[in-house]
Structure formats: structure tokens, C-alpha cells
Design a protein around this ligand. Structure first.
Ligand code: NAD
Ligand code: UDP
Ligand code: UDP
Length: 329
């Protein structure tokens, strides 16, 4: 059903989360009518507080594993816990969110003929045997490990997106997002950037898992949101999968040392056991995004970390609303 108005109606699932809240903010700034849907598993209303007075913004508490009937022109599907401790908290639910959630939003896209974006992940490459990772690499994923609920859930969601595209001509955009960080990360999500920054600000030990030689490539949130929006606006034949991330690779030890230097803390490095199936290396090949979207990250790790440190410093001083201690539904 078309809207009588020309304003674009955009649905963001998982809109109260870290990436979702930045995306809602950007879409509103671009003049869209934004409906945020979230069950607040890891998202927080505080992430959206500054948007609630905008007449083009609406928030609905809803679990995407259940059907949703709304009329929209575009859908960004971000609903899914992203941090290992969050998605391993209730792994069965994690697979359901990825798979049942994808079926419902794809059914919605099919009925409304909406264009639909899927937040897939570099985890579809598992512990990659090819480096850096290009989109044509099929990955090295353990189907029965503790990360599998997330990795295989996201892989199945990709399958569903491409089958809806082939079978029903649904207009899809599938992005494989690599490690992204920045303000509004959950304070207790256990991901490496938030952990290190909070530990450094509190003067606590910095917990390196394993020997710290494993690598990740960190993208600042503003760069990622720009890539997501450009992808959605790209011509219909550009469906992905497309890597979105910052290709500059760091060891986890280098990250820890940079955080210590920027915070100016006396924190020491301590070594803890490596979690199971922890990928040894991860670096996106973003040639496709560069060519198709004329996009590449512009914020260096040092610069993005400084902004993230300033955010968490404020949170820890209680100037910003405090986060919950553990995930709850
Ligand atoms: P996040 O945990 O902050 O956000 C996820 C949001 O989804 C939360 O607001 C949560 O409450 C919501 N949610 C979870 N289950 C839901 C359900 N059943 N129904 C409705 N809402 C639900 O994580 P994030 O980092 O913002 O990640 C957003 C998306 O991007 C996820 O799909 C994630 O897999 C993907 N992604 C993120 C990264 C990253 O580095 N941040 C990397 C790769 C992929
Ligand atoms: N669905 C939804 N909103 C809609 C349309 C569909 O949530 O606006 C759900 C619906 O409940 C169904 C799923 O999406 O379970 C897949 O829909 P589809 O039409 O592809 O499949 P079918 O209904 O034929 O099983
Ligand atoms: N890590 C770490 N210390 C921490 C948290 C994470 O050394 O306090 C490591 C983790 O083992 C992994 C990397 O940092 O090798 C990135 O972890 P994160 O959970 O942020 O994301 P992943 O890319 O593993 O999903």
C-alpha cells in the first residue's frame, strides 16, 4: 500500500541497539519517517531518548521472531544480539532471531514490496583460511560450536535473503559487517573495544584473551552507517553480499596498547584463556564496496577510539544514563 505522502517510511529492526540507534538517527536526519522495532534484549531506550521528540520517529516493542504487519517502503534488519556473551546467553533464541526473524521481515518485504537490508556479519567466514576475506570466500565455520548459533543463523539468513530474491524478486541488500565500535556500545557487552576502554578508564587490568596476536579490523560506527545507507541507495542489481568494514588490521595486543596510551592509564596487560572457536585473523577486502558504492572508511582507529573513550568516560561518570548489568528480555 503506497503512502499518500512522499516521505519514505523506513523500518529499522534492532533500532534501539548500538548500530540501530545510529542508523535511526541518520535516517531521521535524512528526512525519513522511521519506525524502530526492538524487544530491548540488548538495546536500550536511552539510546533513542534524544530522538523521541522527532515527529517522524516511532518506537514499537516487538520481537521479530513473531510476524509484524506494518506498511513500509524500506527495511533495515538489524535485530540480533551481536556480542558473543549476549548471543551465547540464549543460543536457541539467537538462531530463532536470525532465521525466524529473517523469514518474517522477508515476508513483510514481499507483501509490501519494500527494499530490505540485512545486517550479516564477517562471522559467516568463521575462522577464515583465506586472508583478507573477499565476498566469494565461503568460510570456515564450525556448525556445532558455541559461536554456531550466531554464525550459522546469519548464514541461513543470507540463504533466505537470496532465495526470496530469486524466488519472489524481493529487492535485497546483504552486507557483511566487520567489527564496528563507537559510542552507545553496551557497557557490559564484553566486546573487545568496550572492555579495554572501560578497564583502562577504571585503571583495571586489561584482559587479553590468548596471546593477543589474533587480529581484527575495527570500523568506526559513523563510517559503517555511511556505507549501509549508500548500499541501500545503490542500484537494484547491487544486492551483495558486500563486505563493510575498515581494512586496517591490528592485533588485539596493539589495540590494548593504543587504548592504554590514549587513556593514559596505569592498567597492566593480563592474559586469559582464548574463547573457543575465536577467529585468529579477520580483515575485510572492501574492493567491492569501493567500486560499487564509492565508499571506504575515513576514521582512523586512534581517532575513533578517542571519541569512544570520551563517550565511556561520560557514562562512567554517570553523566549519561547507566546501562543494565546483564541482558534481559
Ligand atoms: P546490539 O546488540 O547493540 O543490537 C541488536 C539489537 O537487536 C538490540 O537493540 C536488541 O535489543 C535487538 N534485538 C535482539 N533480538 C531481538 C528480537 N528478537 N526482536 C527485536 N529486536 C531484537 O548489536 P549491534 O552491534 O548494534 O548489531 C546490530 C546488527 O549488526 C546485528 O544484527 C549484528 O549481528 C550486526 N553486526 C554487528 C557488528 C558489530 O561489530 N557491531 C558486526 C557484524 C554484524
Ligand atoms: N509476514 C509478516 N508480515 C507481513 C507478511 C508476512 O510478518 O507483512 C510473515 C508471515 O507470518 C510469514 C512470513 O512472514 O510467516 C513469511 O511470509 P511469506 O509470505 O513469505 O510466507 P508464507 O506466509 O506463505 O508462509
Ligand atoms: N578479546 C580480548 N579481551 C576481551 C574481549 C575480547 O582479548 O576482553 C578478544 C577476543 O578473544 C577476540 C577479539 O578480542 O579475539 C575480538 O573479540 P570481540 O568479542 O570484540 O568480537 P569477535 O570479533 O570475536 O566477535
Amino acid at each position: 500500500m503506497r503512502h499518500y505522502d512522499s516521505i519514505k517510511r523506513v523500518l529499522v529492526t534492532g533500532g534501539a541497539g548500538f548500530l540501530g540507534s545510529h542508523l535511526c538517527e541518520r535516517l531521521l536526519a535524512d528526512g525519513n519517517d522511521v519506525l524502530c522495532v526492538d524487544n530491548y534484549f540488548t538495546g536500550r531506550r536511552a539510546n533513542l531518548a534524544h530522538l523521541l521528540n522527532n515527529p517522524n520517529f516511532e518506537v514499537l516493542r516487538h520481537d521479530v521472531t513473531f510476524p509484524l504487519y506494518v506498511e513500509v517502503d524500506e527495511i533495515y534488519n538489524l535485530a540480533c544480539p551481536a556480542a558473543p556473551i549476549h548471543y551465547q546467553f540464549d543460543p536457541v533464541q539467537t538462531t530463532k532471531v536470525s532465521v525466524h526473524g529473517a523469514i518474517n521481515v522477508l515476508g513483510l518485504a514481499k507483501r509490501t514490496k519494500a527494499k530490505i537490508f540485512q545486517a550479516s556479519t564477517s562471522e559467516v567466514y568463521g575462522d577464515p583460511l583465506v586472508h583478507p576475506q573477499r565476498e566469494d570466500y565461503w568460510g570456515n565455520v564450525n556448525p556445532v560450536g558455541t559461536r554456531s548459533c550466531y554464525d550459522e543463523g546469519k548464514r541461513c539468513a543470507e540463504t533466505l535473503f537470496f532465495d526470496y530474491h530469486r524466488q519472489y524478486a524481493t529487492r535485497i541488500k546483504v552486507a557483511r559487517i566487520f567489527n564496528t565500535y563507537g559510542p552507545r556500545m553496551h557497557i557490559n557487552d564484553g566486546r573487545v573495544v568496550s572492555n579495554f576502554v572501560i578497564q583502562a578508564l577504571r585503571g583495571e587490568d586489561i584482559t587479553l584473551y590468548g596471546d593477543g596476536t589474533q587480529t581484527r579490523s575495527f570500523c568506526y560506527v559513523a563510517d559503517l552507517i555511511e556505507g549501509i545507507v549508500r548500499f541501500m541507495d545503490a542500484p537494484a542489481e547491487i544486492v551483495g553480499p558486500m563486505n563493510l568494514g575498515n581494512p586496517v588490521e591490528f592485533t588485539i595486543k596493539q589495540l590494548a596498547e593504543m587504548v592504554i596510551e590514549l587513556v593514559g592509564t596505569k592498567s597492566r596487560l593480563v592474559y586469559k584463556p582464548l574463547p573457543s572457536d575465536d577467529p585468529k585473523q579477520r580483515q575485510p577486502d572492501i574492493s567491492l564496496a569501493k567500486e560499487m558504492l564509492a565508499w571506504e572508511p575515513t576514521v582512523a582507529l586512534r581517532e575513533g577510539l578517542a571519541k569512544t573513550i570520551a563517550y565511556f568516560d561520560k557514562v562512567l561518570r554517570n553523566d549519561a544514563p547507566p546501562a543494565r548489568k546483564s541482558p534481559t528480555i
